[in-house]
Design a protein around this ligand. Structure first.
Ligand code: PA5
Length: 433
């Protein structure tokens, strides 16, 4: 696969004398990660997943996915944050945003437990009322309120509909291998349960059953996902800064942040199928880096749509951003503009492929934003398929971990998310609050 990063629009930062420090910091961060000398090193098993995940584990997931495909027209994935964002990212990346409308031999997927809106739960209830469905509740801790509540609601509905033992055959749990309420319930009620390995945190867990089971259910080739991740593992192991794009990206974004005041990273894509992947990126980077009153604030922009909204701000607004464009070089499908003169003023485009026009939009916005003081880099890869997804996931996970170390934070904890929960527990009068 041809993976590359074009740093051309970053103002030649790599040759600046001040960049040297970031080069060294990236190399040191890499050593820390590989030797386990960095903060949170007990949570770095994700780094080894491409190497240690065996065929047996993948076969078990595929066998379970086949069973779900056989018995279910719909599949409800209950989880929040790292327990759902990666799976959704993968399914839309590979199968497109309209997967539910185009799926033929695989179940439609509905997401629940990723908010507290009664409307969103009621919508999933309505949409699954007349079809057979299975459910996968994913929660490493088992105590997260949103998925716990959604599971309670669907467990009761499923028990009413399928009976206790019928429901148990349709409920799949992904949680801590030993502890937590979900592990206990799965033992007591006989649910099929998968493990979130203890050394892997939520947002780094997409290459475990957390992400792989829902992907397989929706027909994403998980062997290919893991092959992509394995290749990325090998490609980004090189300690030589100039030969390791992961180190270069981590160093560049930290340089732009601390030397040029670019505290917002806009992940941009010109493919709607990459939107959910962008949401996963936001979660990965924000929870990993936003600490000690610092860190780069990640946002996702869907171009060219957003060029007609926040594009104005990017071009002419405050100059605190840089852009990371995620660019699949080959589209999954294409359309050629007809040569018929239909009087619409578009004859200058006749015979052009839409993918070519989309590429010109990417190049033009990158140039215009650079001219407007927004440095940008383009991460390109062959096409949005299962292999590339695995490759990109591993690349970004590693880049995020390295960036955290360069920044001087523990990229594997998330103490800040507890603050609102404390208020909520009080408001809800939770007994042990
Ligand atoms: O990255 C993280 O650790 C978080 O985003 C968690 O995935 C999220 O809070 C859900 O946690 P849990 O899987 O314990 O329900």
């Amino acid at each position: 696969m041809s993976f590359n990063i074009d740093f051309e629009n970053c103002g030649g930062i790599f040759s600046l004398p001040e960049f040297e420090e970031y080069r060294l910091r990236a190399v040191r961060a890499h050593e820390k990660l590989l030797t386990g000398a960095g903060e949170g090193s007990d949570m770095t098993l994700w780094h080894e997943l491409p190497r240690i995940t065996g065929e047996k584990e993948l076969a078990e997931i595929k066998e379970c996915a086949a069973e779900i495909q056989k018995t279910s027209d719909a599949f409800i994935l209950i989880g929040i944050g790292g327990s759902y964002a990666g799976a959704r990212g993968a399914i839309e990346f590979v199968k497109g945003r309209s997967y539910n409308l185009t799926a033929k031999d695989t179940p439609r997927i509905f997401y629940s437990g990723c908010d507290l809106s009664p409307d969103s739960i009621n919508t999933v209830i309505d949409l699954t009322r007349d079809c057979d469905y299975s459910l996968n509740v994913v929660s490493k801790s088992g105590t997260t309120l949103e998925p716990a509540l959604a599971f309670k609601i669907f467990y009761e509905l499923m028990t009413k509909r399928y009976g206790e033992s019928g429901a148990a055959k349709r409920i799949y749990v992904t949680t801590d291998p030993k502890k937590g309420v979900l592990r206990e319930l799965s033992k007591k009620r006989g649910y099929r349960a998968f493990d979130v390995p203890p050394g892997v945190g939520g947002r780094y867990s997409v290459l475990t059953p957390v992400g792989l089971l829902p992907m397989a259910v929706c027909g994403v080739d998980i062997d290919e996902v893991m092959r992509g991740a394995r290749d990325a593992y090998a490609d980004f192991l090189n300690p030589d800064f100039d030969k390791n794009l992961c180190l270069m990206y981590a160093a560049a974004r930290n340089y732009l942040y601390s030397r040029e005041g670019k505290c917002v990273e806009i992940f941009a894509s010109f493919e709607p199928g990459l939107h959910a992947f962008g949401e996963w990126l936001k979660q990965l980077f924000a929870e990993s880096e936003g600490k000690n009153r610092g860190g780069i604030f990640p946002v996702f922009s869907a171009f060219s749509t957003d060029l007609h909204s926040i594009g104005q701000y990017i071009q002419d607004g405050a100059k605190n951003q840089f852009e990371t464009i995620i660019w699949p070089k080959e589209p999954i499908s294409d359309i050629t503009v007809s040569k018929n003169n239909t009087g619409d003023g578009l004859s200058y485009l006749s015979g052009m492929k839409l993918s070519e026009i989309n590429r010109y939009a990417m190049i033009s916005s990158a140039s215009a934003h650079r001219d407007g003081g927004v440095p940008n880099l383009t991460i390109s890869f062959t096409r949005a398929d299962a292999y590339s997804y695995g490759y990109l996931v591993y690349f970004f996970e590693k880049a995020c971990a390295l960036s955290g170390y360069i920044l001087g934070v523990n990229p594997f904890d998330q103490p800040g998310v507890e603050a609102y929960k404390r208020y909520m527990r009080k408001l809800l009068k939770k007994p042990d609050a």
